[in-house]
Write a protein that binds this ligand. Structure first.
Ligand SMILES: NC(=O)c1ccc[n+]([C@@H]2O[C@H](COP(=O)([O-])OP(=O)(O)OC[C@H]3O[C@@H](n4cnc5c(N)ncnc54)[C@H](O)[C@@H]3O)[C@@H](O)[C@H]2O)c1
Length: 380
């Protein structure tokens, strides 16, 4: 494995400021990086069975270089792990290891493990130290940065959680080589999101460079670093999502509804795929409301299709609830304030904005038109 000098991106939050290190080979120096910042601490690693099988030995060896011999808590992979039952398992594992408040919970996995372990770190002993070692592309470009943690409720995604910032994020780009291609694509959706929100030149760069990025190499590190800079900027401005940070939810209102409608069944839809479809729908919906041009919506759809991502509701296998039931999932989502629907809409590529008071009737008509049942009935 090659070891390159990592790119360092800072998340500026006053005395809680922390670094994101991005580069290949970081697992091997995890112990030194952690003990340099949090000397003399003990740790528990929370991971899932897939990540453990591929990379846990390498992480343990890397932690050992800093004198850290962690307790290990291994959970089943998948979105359903973000549950109260598994939260209890993590809390119990951390307490059983007799870790103190100043000790560290290390999240070693994708966004599921990061969200769950971060939540546990936020509540055990009223808040323990927390380090993110993200192993999926999605986690490296999005979920490991910014301190949002939590679990799902049967009533919707991420409805239970806390803000709890990590002390350090170590994004080893080498571990992405074992990530299944479907998951890599799903993470790519969150990467493209930053271009679609407010970095149009980044989206154009991705249109030109996505093949090299998928193949690995400098474009991959470059893109992950750009995404982390974009996210760090937003988080430093609006840590608790009282304003701008909501822009990061582009595609998520539709996406979360589709995830709930498929009962978080990863064989049908994983989170990043829901975001891909959600972003395409947000652009198409903006065009329907005469905010953006249909050409912009078509450009976004074409790029998602080119990289092999799903981009319309009809790309989800199996039956789906009808448009009204999808709307009910949307109104359950936390981005609803006192009954008014808040959406991230756009005036063009890289021109997203927060739209409050979007009429539910418009959303319903749009979902009805774009529902696969309706499309099946349309003459070809
Ligand atoms: N907190 C936030 O700000 C935030 C932001 C975006 C998404 N999220 C959350 O992130 C979750 C999705 O994250 P995800 O897409 O990483 O899902 P995930 O954690 O389920 O990981 C995807 C799959 O890839 C496997 N995997 C991960 N790294 C691997 C590796 N290096 N090699 C082989 N297999 C590997 C996992 O075992 C899993 O099967 C969702 O729950 C979403 O709500 C949170």
């Amino acid at each position: 494995m090659s070891i390159e000098a990592p790119v360092v991106v800072e998340v500026g939050l006053g005395d809680r400021t922390y670094d994101i290190l991005i580069g290949s080979g970081l697992l091997s120096r995890a112990g030194a990086e952690i003990s340099g910042r949090l000397p003399g601490t003990r740790a528990a690693v929370v991971t899932d069975a897939n990540v453990a099988a591929a990379h846990l030995d390498a992480l343990k060896a890397g932690l050992d270089t800093g004198g850290i011999q962690p307790a290990i808590i291994t959970l089943p992979p998948g979105e359903k792990t973000k549950s109260f039952a598994h939260l209890e398992e993590v809390v119990d594992g951390v307490l059983a290891a007799k870790l103190e408040r100043g000790d560290i919970v290390i999240a070693f996995g994708g966004g599921v493990i990061g969200d769950l372990a971060g939540f546990a770190a936020g509540i055990v002993r009223r808040g323990m130290n927390f380090v993110q070692i993200p192993t999926s592309l999605l986690a490296q470009v999005d979920s490991s940065v910014g301190g949002k943690t939590g679990i799902n409720s049967p009533r919707g995604k991420n409805l239970v959680g806390v803000f709890h910032q990590p002390k350090l994020v170590l994004a080893d780009t080498g571990v992405l080589d074992t990530l299944p291609i479907r998951e890599f694509r799903a993470g790519y959706a969150e990467l493209a999101k930053y271009g679609l929100i407010d970095r149009p030149e980044f989206f154009t760069w991705l249109e030109k460079n996505w093949v090299q990025l998928f193949a690995g190499g400098p474009e991959r590190t470059q893109a992950i670093a750009e995404a982390c800079r974009a996210k760090a900027d937003v988080v430093a401005r609006d840590e608790f999502e009282t304003g701008d940070r909501a822009l990061l939810n582009l595609g998520h209102t539709f996406g979360h509804a589709l995830e709930a409608a498929t009962q978080y069944d990863g064989s049908r839809l994983v989170h990043g795929e829901g975001v891909a479809i959600g972003m395409a729908l947000a652009y198409r919906f903006s065009s329907r409301l005469n905010l953006a041009s249909p050409d912009d919506a078509a450009r976004v759809e074409a790029h998602l299709r080119a990289v092999g991502l799903p981009w319309r509701i009809a790309d989800i296998s199996g039956d789906l609830p009808d448009a009204e039931a999808l709307l009910a999932f949307i109104t359950q989502d936390k981005k609803v304030s006192r009954g008014a629907l808040t959406f991230i809409l756009t005036r063009g590529v890289g021109q997203a904005f927060i739209a409050k008071d979007v009429p539910a009737s418009e959303v319903l008509s749009f979902l009805t038109e774009n529902h696969p049942d309706q499309q099946k009935m349309r003459p070809r």
